[in-house]
Write a new protein. Structure first.
Length: 305
């Protein structure tokens, strides 16, 4: 797969190759997604930018704090207008999924009226962010800047001495976020945990060739956990929207259903957390170091790093 390391390259150069490809795909989505940009193109660009940020975390040890902060902040800031568009669309979809799940308990007329308000909101967001075309130019410039500067990154022919600390840091932050969410399952704590799970998921996908049978299962666990936390976050955003901005009197009956569904999703996520984060960060990193050594021992001699 294009997003995975190859045994013919050093680890750091492999991650840089992957980041460049992901940046190119994000730019391509912005250029080829039509005018105004389609929802599919927005989704593709955002997904690639999240992958880039996960990869930057793997390279942090060699980039250094200043360069890492610059590049990570550049991609993060570039994604913000697209996130606004994405969230507006997700509100509509999340209301629909909620209505389908509780079809026997929900007022279809109320859902229809609220859906129309959300659609009006989505159209306004798309108009303000996408239709004039000027909002996308800085996003593309930012991504192209990261792509150009990547050629100067001091990646060298390095291996686990760089990638290991990056993976360990991501795993530790996710484990800490899990503990915080388990102690206080606030929307903020759950959202932070979700972000860290997503970073780990993308990194694990990159590292699958090291030990496909084992890492592949971790990828599946991280993906399922991320989906539960993502659905919970979308419901939290919908509830906030219903509370704060929509004027409909139909909101109150939905709050109980949103809270009930969020409780189910959080229970599922908190049950999966101990499986993905069972090990201490040092133990987890050492295990992956052994996978790395075994993989490199089997690799062509010229690629050893």
């Amino acid at each position: 797969m294009a997003d995975q390391l190859r045994d013919t390259e050093s680890g750091t150069r492999g991650v840089r190759r992957i980041l460049r490809k992901q940046t190119d795909k994000a730019v391509e989505a912005l250029e080829e997604g039509g005018r105004p940009l389609s929802d599919e193109a927005v989704h593709t660009a955002r997904k690639q930018m999240k992958k880039v940020r996960a990869g930057l975390r793997l390279l942090c040890e060699t980039l250094g704090t200043r360069a890492y902060d610059q590049e990570n902040g550049c991609v993060r800031d570039a994604a913000r207008p697209l996130t606004e568009v994405r969230d507006a669309g997700v509100l509509v979809n999340t209301l629909g999924k909620l209505a389908d799940r509780f079809r026997d308990e929900i007022d279809r007329g109320a859902v229809s009226r609220l859906r129309q308000e959300l659609l009006d909101h989505q159209r306004e967001v798309r108009r303000s962010v996408l239709e004039d075309g000027t909002s996308l130019a800085p996003v593309k410039l930012a991504l192209e800047g990261v792509r150009e500067r990547s050629g100067e990154w001091p990646v060298g022919k390095k291996g686990w001495a760089v990638l290991g600390p990056g993976l360990r840091r991501t795993y530790k932050r996710g484990r800490d976020a899990f503990e915080a969410a388990r102690q206080v399952p606030s929307t903020e704590n759950l959202h932070e945990w979700r972000k860290q799970v997503k970073y780990l998921w993308h990194q694990l996908r990159t590292l699958v060739p090291l030990r496909p049978d084992v890492i592949g299962k971790l990828v599946e666990q991280a993906h399922t956990l991320g989906e539960h936390l993502g659905d919970d976050h979308d419901l939290a955003v919908l509830r906030e929207k219903l509370e704060g901005e929509l004027a409909s009197d139909d909101r109150a009956p939905l709050f109980e259903l949103i809270d009930r569904r969020r409780a189910e999703l959080q229970e599922q996520a908190l049950a999966l957390g101990p499986l993905l984060y069972a090990e201490k960060p040092g133990t987890f990193a050492e295990r992956f170091k052994s996978y790395w050594r075994g993989w490199r021992d089997r690799a062509p001699a010229a690629a050893h790093a």
